[in-house]
Design a binder for this molecule. Sequence first.
Ligand SMILES: C[S@@+](CC[C@H](N)C(=O)[O-])C[C@H]1O[C@@H](n2cnc3c(N)ncnc32)[C@H](O)[C@@H]1O
Length: 352
Amino acid sequence: MEQQVQQVRTEGASADTRSQPNWDIIFPLFDPLSNLLAARLKKRFKHLRKWAKRMKLSCYRLYEKDIPEFPCTIDWYDGEVVVWLYRRKKDENQAQQKAYDDLVISEIQLGLAINEDQISVKRRYRQSDDEGKRQQYQKFDQSDACKIVEENGLNFKVNLRDFLDTGLFLDHRNARSWIRERSSGLKVLNLFAYTGSFSVYATAGGARSVTSVDLSKTYSQWTEENLNLNHFDSICDQRVISADVIAWLKHAHLEKDHYDLVVCDPPTFSNSKKMKEASFVVDRDHPWLLADIAKILKPEGRCFFSTNSRQFKLDEQKLSTAFDNIEEVSQLSVPEDFRNKRIHQSWWLHKK
Ligand SMILES: C[S@@+](CC[C@H](N)C(=O)[O-])C[C@H]1O[C@@H](n2cnc3c(N)ncnc32)[C@H](O)[C@@H]1O
């Protein structure tokens, strides 16, 4: 192999000395890794495509750091791909990182037989200081390139380019199904609702009413669009509220506004100027957040709580006064197309 590489290097050099590529950057990547990612993607796609068709899914995870030399994740969104690129090695310079990123993109094209314009690239590493300062929920681009995807027979609007996230967190697919199965006839509350995917599922499950609360007006509007897409806007009593959950919960308690089922999937960290509190940190603040939720749960009501915080530890001791039964369901809630079984942790909390 080393001999072959040497030979191509020499040929490359003698063929055209004016536009000589930087082989030192490219060769360690192109050989012997060439086509490794493409072959893996081709195989995974062939395998998952049948499963997805059966499940009525047009979006799912195709690849998740399966090959150590390619530490990226790749999601399929009905003919398009979102790739999350991470730093391959800590000591790589910008040119090496770029060569690696370009290689991943060309391997995706080869493996899935798609064009570059069908690939949305997200970088999980800081390219400039400006980028580091951007907030997770801010708009990145103005392409307005939205499309509709299907999940378990329901429709969702996604935007693969303009935000860091797409509008649908694929790792919560199983949890969304649970909410559909458990919502019949209930008054459901979706906190930190984002684009309202849990609300769509609750409505599909026959909820009596669904209230969705999120700080962002953009996402609240997106929730309404997702409800409309499924013709759910007037199927039951729908309320979409743009507000700070922390303040809203106190208001709901005073108003004696009680719920049977609450979904709470907060951000790991939030410090919007629209919030009364200086910041929200899920690791630190979940005991009082969940205690406030318990106050607006009806007797025998339950809360589905989930977090993507990596080092999160649920404070069961503090929560035992507010909840009767706490059941961890993390192992079941991560879908089968995800390799990282710790992408989120989740619990059912049952009211006393
Ligand atoms: C992790 S996402 C929630 C994902 C959502 N549960 C889902 O699965 O689709 C976090 C959401 O919380 C919202 N958010 C952040 N801080 C908030 C606050 N204090 N009150 C209400 N919403 C907030 C953000 O706008 C964002 O939509």
